[in-house]
Design a protein around this ligand. Structure first.
Ligand code: CO8
Length: 300
């Protein structure tokens, strides 16, 4: 059973258990190898844990655009779970190994022309990813080094802190409305918790993708830095957050996020049903096909 105040999905390693660990050693300067280092690499995500600082680096490496396929989402959730269960890990920096793209969001091909069973499995994996990330006990910092639409934006929004490369060609936002689909309530809740109701409402209705400087003005990202300074800044922010005792920070995080997490946990099956019914509609399938065609045309 989870103790009171501890996030629902992360009770494998309770807050008080982690608080007893020694304070973090400062992060090494950028460019130097982190040691001692444990790494595990799957097909689509590479993870390196620096046990001396307690910080893991998670890099998306699924070209061309780090789209969130079922396989990607499964790897992501498993990687997060491994880190969460590792007593040596206290924080994770999430970034991309694919130039110019953080993540293109949910893999649209997973939502087109597939069976009800597939949609069910896929949506459960999307939920699982968000529950683990938003409910993580670890400090989570997104180093957004490329475009980050829809599901990519959700990943950033679910972190504790977002730093973006200050390239105006990189954009971020929940653009679902542009695809003729609707961001689920927990995408919306996560967005509202970061930028507030008014900005979220306008941005969601218009399906806006905000260039990095605008995203910063709206509070969608916390900081902009030159691309070459991004990892250095992420490491500095992480060190700042890890300077606090884990238990106080974790309980505070839980207090801020628990209601939103609980809402999905309580309505998980209903949410899957809604998704499957919605995505199976011929009109929605047509919108998604047209959007994919538009992407291909834009390319040629
Ligand atoms: N899914 C699948 N394939 C994709 C996706 C994606 N999300 N994004 C891009 N691709 C494909 C392209 O079709 C293209 O394929 P191909 O090489 O076969 O032609 C390839 O990836 C490369 O794409 P681009 O040439 O467009 O690459 P660029 O570097 O020029 O641009 C971008 C990269 C900016 C990421 C651009 O591809 C883009 O804007 N993609 C669309 C992003 C998007 O709108 N994602 C929304 C996904 S929906 C979602 O995440 C939440 C859904 C919530 C569910 C609601 C329930 C009802």
């Amino acid at each position: 059973l989870c103790p009171p105040g501890v996030l629902p999905l992360c009770c494998r390693r309770p807050a008080w258990d982690r608080a007893a660990r020694p304070p973090p050693s400062p992060l090494q300067p950028p460019g130097l190898p982190l040691a001692p280092c444990r790494s595990f690499s799957n097909n689509k995500i590479q993870v390196e844990l620096d046990e001396s600082s307690g910080v893991a680096m998670m890099k998306f490496k699924s070209p061309p655009v780090n789209s969130l396929s079922l396989e990607f989402l499964t790897e992501f959730s498993i990687s997060l779970e491994k880190l969460e269960n590792n007593r040596a890990c206290r924080g994770v920096i999430i970034t991309s190994a694919v130039p110019k793209i953080f993540s293109s969001g949910l893999d649209i091909t997973e939502m087109c022309g597939k069976s009800v069973e597939h949609y069910t499995e896929f949506w459960r994996a999307v939920q699982e990813m968000w529950l683990r990330l938003y409910g993580s006990n670890m400090v989570t910092v997104a180093a957004v080094n490329g475009s980050s639409p829809a599901g990519g934006c959700l990943i950033s929004l679910s972190c504790d802190y977002r730093i973006m490369a200050e390239n105006p060609k990189f954009s971020i936002g929940l653009n679902e409305a542009q695809l003729g689909i609707v961001a689920p309530f927990w995408f919306k809740d996560t967005f509202v918790n970061v930028v507030g109701h008014r900005i979220a409402e306008r941005s969601l209705q218009l399906g806006s993708l905000h260039p990095a400087p605008e995203a910063h003005k709206l509070g969608l990202v916390d900081e902009l830095v030159p691309e070459e300074k991004l990892m250095e800044k992420a490491a500095a922010v992480m060190a700042q957050w890890l300077a606090l005792p884990d238990h106080a920070r974790q309980l505070t995080k839980s207090m801020m996020r628990k209601a939103v997490l609980d809402r999905l946990v309580a309505h998980r099956e209903e949410d899957i049903q809604n998704f499957v019914t919605f995505i199976s509609k011929e009109s929605i399938q047509k919108s998604l096909r047209m959007y994919m065609e538009m992407l291909k045309k834009r390319k040629s």
